[in-house]
Write a protein that binds this ligand. Sequence first.
Ligand code: PEP
Length: 271
Amino acid sequence: MGRKDVENYLFNQLTMVMRKKIAAANWKMNLNWNEAKELITQVLDQNPTIPSLHQVIIAVPFPYLDMASHLIAEHPGFAIAAQNCYHKSSGAYTGEVSATMLASMGIRYCLVGHSERREYQQETPAQLSDKLQLCFSQAITPVFCCGEPLTIRESGDPCDYVRNQLSESLLSLTPEQIAQLIIAYEPIWAIGTGKTASAAQAQEMHLAIRNYLTSTYGSVIADAIPILYGGSVKGNNADAIFTNPDIDGGLVGGASLNAVEFSAIIKALPQ
Ligand code: PEP
């Protein structure tokens, strides 16, 4: 082994060890102000300490970002995320919220490309690519969502579909940016339906994503990227999903609206 190989080996080991395990909540368009406050308070009460390798991220509606950020401020291991940002940096785009605005409020995470936005807002791969760039320009870590519809799962090549989603939107990112990314694999047929991908189906796709990242960016970067599973994760199935080697936690919709359920998911993160 030459010196460079040893350095690469050590760096590899370090990043492997450091890959965070993440429980991310996606509240979507739910809860009023008081309910939102109450839910965060309950989750904090039920999780007074978070192991240093774990991260809890709560993606709340825009109007709650500031309140939620204040509530978690003294709680290491918790962070607040936006559910979206606009694909332009500023200007005459009534009703939109920019990455710059989020960063100016101290927000450090943002979901990008959730399937509901791809479907209902017709977000395109090019727009998602611009959002990723804008997030990185503001030191916001994007949680990039991908996942296949039922038709592809039943009669197509789901791994190929997801690889295409990644290559279409990640193409313009530098390796340094890619290394900061979080990816959430969410099969559309499993979101909010109660149908979960089996642990084997989820691991197969996560491995395909990791292999794609390895072949495109190298193993050091691929091993550093947390890949989350999303799609009807609950307190009673999180354990089976999270124990797979390429699954680094979950992006959780429905179950994140209940403090007991979400806390069970947080506690199921591998130690
Ligand atoms: C989601 O919206 O990202 C999600 C995974 O939802 P659910 O957990 O309700 O399937």
